[in-house]
Design a binder for this molecule. Structure first.
Ligand SMILES: Cc1cc2nc3c(=O)[nH]c(=O)nc-3n(C[C@H](O)[C@H](O)[C@H](O)COP(=O)(O)O)c2cc1C
Length: 192
């Protein structure tokens, strides 16, 4: 049995290598070389996944009948000790790609609450960025992620929200330091 902790990192931005990814990289800086952590990245917009059809077949089976790129991730989510989500704000919510991934996790809801299956408890972390600070842009993202985490038996342990105000994340020295420090503290605790 592996003593390593499984960390699943969901990249929610359709723009690879931009603000969201840089936030995640900074958060994970101390973790990537930690031999007690097994880190797996999912670039969610790169997956070929269909939206949930609300067929409710997972209600009795606990599995999704749609055969596509989503299938391997059910086991990986089940096995995870921690989930890290990085996402930009799109219209006060998560981008459509990430929402599709989350909706496809409905089988966990039925496994947990109807089929009474045990789902490994997880710690959850949310990093989000947006352009402007108006209208509480992170509220919608947080509510969606909280509902997702509840379903997969994760708790939202820490979050970091960054308003870019037209800048790139890497230019925001204070934010970079804070995200790095948060990641260091999270992953040193997790690997104890
Ligand atoms: C479709 C779309 C909707 C957006 N909606 C919002 C919004 O509601 N509030 C906001 O502050 N920024 C919004 N933005 C800006 C993004 O949150 C911002 O550009 C973010 O940094 C993008 O992260 P990325 O560099 O990883 O793509 C939106 C951007 C797009 C493309």
């Amino acid at each position: 049995m592996s003593l390593k902790k499984n960390v699943l990192v969901l990249h929610g931005s359709p723009r690879k290598g931009r603000n969201t990814d840089h936030m995640l990289e900074t958060f994970l800086e101390g973790a990537e070389k930690n031999e007690l952590l097994d880190i797996e990245h999912v670039f969610v917009p790169a997956l070929n996944i269909k939206p949930c059809l609300a067929c409710f077949s997972c209600k009795s089976s606990g599995v999704c009948p749609i055969s596509d790129d989503m299938q391997p991730w059910y086991k990986k989510i089940s096995d995870a000790d921690s989930i890290v989500i990085g996402t930009p704000v799109h219209f006060n919510g998560v981008p459509a790609w990430l929402k599709i991934f989350i909706d496809r996790c409905q089988p966990f809801y039925y496994r947990k609450f109807f089929l009474k299956q045990t789902i490994k408890p997880k710690t959850g972390y949310l990093l989000a960025c947006c352009d402007e600070g108006k209208a509480g842009p992170f509220i919608g993202v947080e509510k969606t992620i909280e509902a997702f985490f509840y379903c997969i038996n994760a708790s939202l342990s820490k979050h970091y929200y960054c308003v870019l105000n037209g800048k790139h994340f890497n230019e925001l020295v204070t934010a970079v330091d804070e995200v790095r420090a948060l990641g260091n503290s999270v992953f040193s605790q997790l690997s104890q």
